[in-house]
Design a protein around this ligand. Structure first.
Ligand code: HEC
Length: 191
């Protein structure tokens, strides 16, 4: 046997051994693990306990003030400051693109309580709203028409009373477009 064919022979023996080890016919017996390092990773899984972490869990909490990619810092601690500092980047824009995006997020997130036209749970007989002790109010009425864009944005972002916050559900850009869609619904009522 020359050196080349002996190398091929060794390779064939090696690969058939791997094949035999790899194909475990008896499924009730666990596979033989030849190299275990990669199978038993020492890394912790997100929901696991971690005695070294200050809060005892493997998941780390983001550093205070951390912002997701694409988000800008916004003053939401206080309504008066929010109204002073927040500017609607789509102010007065009722183009099809903006309204259709706003509509998409409004229908998905808000209409179950406030009704598809923002007419309020009582009038809309909205499925979730009807079961709430405090009926979600109309938001296409004069009261909310009088609010600033920033005020509506503030309530969407932080919630109000029984209504939860939507800052984690709806990215900033789309929250403003929901505001514009509410403006559109308010105009529809006036017609
Ligand atoms: C689970 C039901 C529910 C959902 C979903 C919901 N809301 Fe509300 N919303 C309420 C309730 C209830 C109130 C009244 C809370 C209060 O004042 O105590 C309210 C209040 C408001 C107000 C202030 C109305 C006022 O007269 O003070 C606005 C504006 C508003 N919601 C907009 C939205 C928008 C926009 C969405 C979607 C992003 C949304 N809501 C999703 C239940 C809901």
């Amino acid at each position: 046997m020359n050196s080349n064919s002996s190398r091929i022979f060794k390779l064939m023996i090696f690969s058939s051994t791997l094949l035999i080890v790899g194909c475990n016919i008896d499924k009730s017996v666990p596979n033989i693990e030849l190299v275990q390092d990669m199978m038993e990773s020492p890394a912790l899984k997100p929901q696991e306990k971690d005695d070294f972490a200050p809060n005892g869990i493997a998941m780390r909490e983001p550093v205070e003030g951390t912002l997701a990619v694409g988000y800008v810092k916004e003053p939401l601690a206080d309504l008066t400051i929010a109204e002073k500092e927040l500017k609607n980047p789509f102010a007065g824009d009722s183009s099809k693109d903006v309204l259709m995006t706003g509509q998409k997020f409004f229908v998905t997130n808000c209409s179950i309580c406030h009704g598809i036209k923002g007419e309020g749970a009582v009038e809309a007989k909205s499925s979730v709203g009807e079961l709430m002790p405090l009926k979600p109010p109309a938001i296409n009425n004069e009261k909310i028409t009088g609010w600033t864009d920033a005020h509506i944005y503030f309530v969407i972002s932080k919630g109000q009373g029984l209504m939860g916050p939507y800052n984690h559900h709806i990215p900033q850009k789309y929250r403003w477009q929901v505001v514009n869609y509410i403006r559109h619904l308010q105009k529809e009522v006036k017609k």
